[in-house]
Write a protein that binds this ligand. Sequence first.
Ligand SMILES: [Zn+2]
Length: 375
Amino acid sequence: MAWKTTRRLMAALYLAAARHAVADAIETSVPRAQAMLIKEDLGDGIFVFRAPEALDVWTSTNTVVVINDEDVVVFDSCTRAVTAKAVIAEIRKLTPKPVRALINSHWHQDHWSGNDEFAKAFPGLRIISSEQTRDYMKRMAPRFFVRGLEIQDQKDREELAAAIKTGKLADGKPLTPEIRKSKEEDLALRDAFVAEVLALPRVLPNVVYRDEMSFWSGQREFRLMSVTGDATGSTVLYLPGQKVLVTGDVLVSPEDGNGPPPWTTNSYSVTPWLETLQRLNALDLAAIVPGQGPTMKDKAYLRRTIELFAAVIDQVHAALERGVIGLEQVQAAVNVDQIGRAYAPGASLDGFHQWVATFSKKAMQESLDGAVRDK
Ligand SMILES: [Zn+2]
């Protein structure tokens, strides 16, 4: 009895310590978040702040800060309030000028969750997005952004409870104290993130445009284009004077820039996405800031991604035209390993194969007006 009580007490203490550690991780202080941001200086008053996944929890996302003669323009407002506060603190270190315009590239939560912090810090702020993006945002209750996490949480919690009962995981392997600790920490971190997202005030854009929009600050021109990327109605920003393109998630690389695109899209508009990339490739560019990953100083990654998208779409079309019917067979007919390897020579293609399978399905859905057969 004493032993059992001790063990229970130890487990409770242990869990409390684990929760404390993750609570620390989620309740990141602004100075700590500032220290975690990766800053890039592109010259001409243009800065990129890259939030690592260790800070953002959800993903790692880039914010661009453009300091003009009299004001500041910001592109995308981070995943978490603390990240947005850290970027604002960095802006104040760079300049006393106010942020007058904030552009939201698309509706995914890692690109506009700091709108509230920017609006509080800079009264009269104009928040700009495409009309379509604002429409999506206004229909998305806060829970929309975490429902998937909550469902996963419930499933993981039930699985862990069963594993604790039997001492075995679902695959029959033993539940070691290390595995249990790691699972409990993951659950606690997810809970804390969900609670944070649900408590976040959602501030919508107050300026919208269709197709294209330009504005000037001093001599600097800001050209916005509504395009298709990993979200429909995404905005990219082009600074013609500086030849800088800011893509949001129309173009993404892994966090370290090393490898093929890490994710695809919710929709199956893959050909419009490819056409967007081709349109961007026609611009005169000195630098490309992707939605995630380091700034690119040439078009190599963009062109390789165009090649990749085009190859998958072509191979899916060819398979369907040969009479292949089922999804698995279409996926098996697509082989773009050579392009995948060219992104990161020597790297494993495991994650890439998953990406190719998903993108192939989307290309198939697009080709068949959504009418995909599994077999
Ligand atoms: Zn996105």
